[in-house]
Design a protein around this ligand. Structure first.
Ligand code: G1P
Ligand code: ZN
Length: 543
């Protein structure tokens, strides 16, 4: 078998962010581009000789092309075996599970998560390490360094293989196994949840609507919800993965999953509504007439997780990203366990999960998961909700009210200002950073600032410090505004403003969120000068 060394110029350093390298498809289609990045990954993987590598993606446009490239390059780089999902499909959590289950050295996950797909849209490549989680910063830094000097990539000269035929083939002396994308993941879910109880609930007339958003969770949802749990055919909507997600953003929020939201607020709403994103790691939970914010979902799942067999021994700890509301902190306090506050990005949970310090983790951006894999997991979150509802036998709305009556309620919203000129967004953050020390004591309407800082995280496991992870403005009484710039956008800058108002148990628990946040929204603009810097008078997306 010929191994070809393709000469290439160094390509200006491509820095993988928290979710790998994300660019427009057109960028990835440039000669040598994807190959340079993949080779940079392979160049920093130690012990790849003879090792197993997992490869799969969310099925978006360009997925199959890059999978074929990556298989040939893995063979030329000395991997022993590659495991690929049928049709090139793996949800991100399913890929994480396979890496762990089969002792792979790592995996390439091809996805741009919730970003749109298609020839003019986004693509991404992420490398996960042997614990199944996203590569930690020291690895992504090494990959970045390698991208600045790479001058060749290796490939074998072989034709494309059939990605749809299950079984094993040889590529340049390396074994490629095409595996069922769903089977191992579904089996893992059966070990965590009481499928009999959920099946009985479905048989008893409990109805669900699951929107797979024409993305990767379709095959998982059909198999698990309809086939194994007996929910009626049609429970899974948009269940066929499409290369362009049917021209939609596969982002399970109130904007992009509006059809599901409208259904759940209508008179003939089913009992439970849920959706997942492009690569299957995010989730949206809506009960009949009750949207559950991701921050609340984390807290409610944590408070009830012991009702599912996989968590009956209780939780070791809870972890949430800094902008996620403090609702989970109150649950942790009641359970007498630790609650960790980490920077945005799932990779920061990895050490806590590996060290057995946390069992459940979550982010306000619709990510929830546990120590069963090292990624957030949309279908897992839906199953945990279903398991809890099957045991408690109450509607989602009652469960939420019950939770707030016990712990108080964290009214919450995130305002996104998208496509900002980068210099303007940077100026806003720089000016606010400089102003932080003078903020405590200042009053904005009824609100008084108690403290303000730039969030810095010292990892309790390895001691590494991540600074500048978002600007926090805390008010007296437990309300808060957080400002940070997105690290995952592909066009200009996105400013995220996270608004949170705490009402203790016995307080105003049954109000509308926008009204409850109005003072905070006004304060946020006064503090950061959003309109002055950006010219924007309203956010593009409110979630
Ligand atoms: C966003 C979310 C963050 C999540 C990441 C990857 O990152 O805010 O919670 O971990 O996507 O899914 P951001 O664009 O804010 O940097
Ligand atoms: Zn995702």
């Amino acid at each position: 078998m010929t191994i070809s060394t393709i000469k290439t110029a160094p390509y200006e350093g491509q820095k993988p962010g928290t979710s790998g390298l994300r660019k427009k498809v057109k960028v990835f289609q440039q000669p040598n581009y994807a190959e340079n990045f993949i080779q940079s990954v392979f160049d920093v993987v130690e012990g790849k000789e003879g090792a197993l590598l997992v490869i799969g993606g969310d099925g978006r446009f360009h997925n199959r092309t890059v999978i074929q490239q990556a298989i040939r390059m893995a063979a030329a780089n000395g991997f022993g075996k590659v495991m690929v999902g049928q049709g090139g499909i793996f949800s991100t959590p399913a890929a994480s599970n396979l890496i762990r289950q089969y002792g792979a050295i790592g995996g390439l996950i091809l996805s741009a998560s919730h970003n749109p797909g298609g020839p003019d849209e986004d693509f991404g490549i992420k490398y996960n390490v042997s614990n199944g989680g996203p590569a930690p910063e020291k690895v992504t830094d090494a990959i970045f360094q390698r991208t600045t000097s790479i001058d060749r990539w290796l490939t074998v000269e072989t034709p494309d293989i059939d990605l749809d035929a299950l079984g094993t083939v040889d590529v340049g002396g390396m074994t490629v196994e095409i595996v069922d994308s769903v089977a191992d993941y579904a089996a893992l879910m059966e070990t965590l949840f009481d499928f009999d109880a959920i099946r009985a609930m479905a048989a008893g007339g409990f109805r669900m609507a699951f929107d797979a958003m024409s993305a990767v969770t379709g095959p998982y949802a059909h198999e698990i919800f309809e086939k194994r749990l007996g929910f009626a055919p049609g429970t899974v909507r948009n269940g066929t993965p499409l290369e362009d997600f049917g021209h939609h953003h596969p982002d399970p929020n109130l904007v992009h999953a509006k059809a599901l939201y409208d259904l759940m607020m209508s008179a003939d709403a089913p009992d439970f509504g849920a959706a997942s994103d492009g690569d299957g790691d995010r989730n949206l939970i809506i009960g009949k007439g009750r949207f559950v914010t991701p921050s609340d979902s984390l807290a409610m799942l944590a408070a009830n997780a012991h009702l599912a067999k996989g968590y009956k021994a209780g939780l070791k700890g809870i972890a949430r990203s800094m902008p996620t509301s403090a609702a989970a902190d109150r649950v942790a306090q009641a359970l007498g366990i630790a609650c960790y506050e980490t920077p945005t990005g799932w990779k920061f949970f990895g050490n806590l999960l590996d060290a057995g310090m946390a069992t459940i983790c979550g982010e306000e951006s619709a990510g929830t998961g546990s120590d069963h894999v090292r990624e957030k997991d949309g279908v897992w979150a839906v199953l945990l909700w279903l398991n809890i509802l099957a045991v408690r036998k109450i509607p989602v709305d009652d469960l939420a009210r019950d939770h707030w009556a016990r712990f108080g309620r964290n009214y919450y919203a995130r305002h996104d200002y998208e496509g900002l000129p980068t210099d303007k967004a940077n100026a806003l953050i720089a000016e606010l950073t400089a102003a932080l020390p003078a903020l405590p004591g200042k009053r904005f309407g009824p609100l008084t600032i108690a403290a303000a800082d730039s969030f810095s995280y010292a990892d309790p496991v390895d001691g590494s410090v991540s600074a500048n992870q978002g600007l926090r403005v805390m008010f007296e009484g437990g309300s808060r505004v957080v400002f940070r710039l997105s690290g995952t956008g592909t066009e200009g800058a996105t400013l995220r403003v996270y608004l949170e108002r705490y009402e203790p148990a016995g307080g105003a628990l049954d109000e509308e969120t926008p009204a409850m946040l109005a003072d905070l929204i006004a304060a946020a603009d006064a503090i950061a000068g959003i309109e002055r810097h950006t010219g924007r008078t309203a956010p593009d997306v409110v979630t």
